[in-house]
Write a protein that binds this ligand. Structure first.
Ligand SMILES: CC(C)(COP(=O)(O)OP(=O)(O)OC[C@H]1O[C@@H](n2cnc3c(N)ncnc32)[C@H](O)[C@@H]1OP(=O)(O)O)[C@@H](O)C(=O)NCCC(=O)NCCS
Length: 213
């Protein structure tokens, strides 16, 4: 009986130790990233769209979507001009790290109806137009947290899904979207570019993929 008690107490102590080790490990490795989306000032907005235009132009050339710089420049301008359609419905944000107050990146989203040639079924879709994290802050979880906040915001405004477009060569961006549950829309995917979509609510309008940050 005494031996049984000893073994029992030993097992309990080992279980408690293992539990404490796991909790300590979780606390040490957790990246509780909290960000705030600050509406961009006029000056910031101008800088953000310049950055968008430059990087989109480069991406169009790198992906082979356009071969000459003039066509890529024209297409990038069409992209930045999208914000002129229903301007009040576009959200242009500076992403702020709540821990340090550093401004770490940018995000632009808008109703998908602002894109040209949209069909009715996309009426209640939101669209991510541009996401960017300054190089030194990458891979810290900032964009994941920012997109989750954006999904919540668009869901609260009645949007049922979020769509976006990503170049096939952009592996970091594809990995980011996949990690958030975005799925490739096979109907709008070629060797250069892919559309990805995430449903934000289910058929009964219940939240899907709620923010964990
Ligand atoms: C793509 C980009 C926005 C990612 O932002 P980020 O803040 O660094 O991403 P996060 O730290 O939130 O990453 C979340 C997850 O995405 C994936 N991911 C992000 N960057 C990755 C990389 N370089 N390689 C592989 N996976 C990556 C990982 O799954 C990561 O989770 P993990 O770090 O726990 O493994 C950033 O690299 C960027 O600004 N790139 C230049 C602009 C750009 O390409 N925009 C996208 C246009 S469609």
């Amino acid at each position: 009986m005494k031996n049984f008690l000893k073994i029992f107490l030993f097992c309990i102590s080992v279980t408690i130790c293992l539990f404490l080790i796991k909790v300590t490990h979780m606390l040490l490795t957790s990246r509780a990233v909290v960000v705030k989306l600050l509406p961009a000032s006029d000056k910031e907005e101008k800088d953000i769209f310049e950055l968008f235009s430059d990087s989109y132009k480069t991406d169009l050339l790198v992906s082979g979507e356009f071969k000459d710089i003039q066509s890529a420049t024209r297409s990038a301008k069409e992209g930045t001009d999208l914000r002129k359609k229903n301007p009040s419905e576009h959200r242009v944000y500076v992403i702020q790290d709540m821990k340090t107050n550093n401004k770490v990146g940018y995000l632009w989203w808008f109703p998908r109806s602002c894109l040209p040639n949209q069909v009715d079924s996309y009426k209640k879709f939101a669209h991510l137009g541009f996401v960017y994290i300054l190089e030194k802050y990458r891979r810290s979880g900032f964009m994941k947290a920012a997109i989750l906040l954006t999904e919540k915001e668009s869901r609260d405004l009645g949007y049922v899904a979020m769509s976006l477009s990503v170049f096939q060569f952009n592996n970091p961006a594809k990995a980011l979207y996949e990690s958030l549950g975005y799925k490739v829309n096979d109907k709008k995917c070629n060797e250069r570019k892919c559309e990805m979509i995430k449903e934000l609510v289910d058929d009964d309008y219940r939240v899907v993929g709620a923010a964990t940050y």
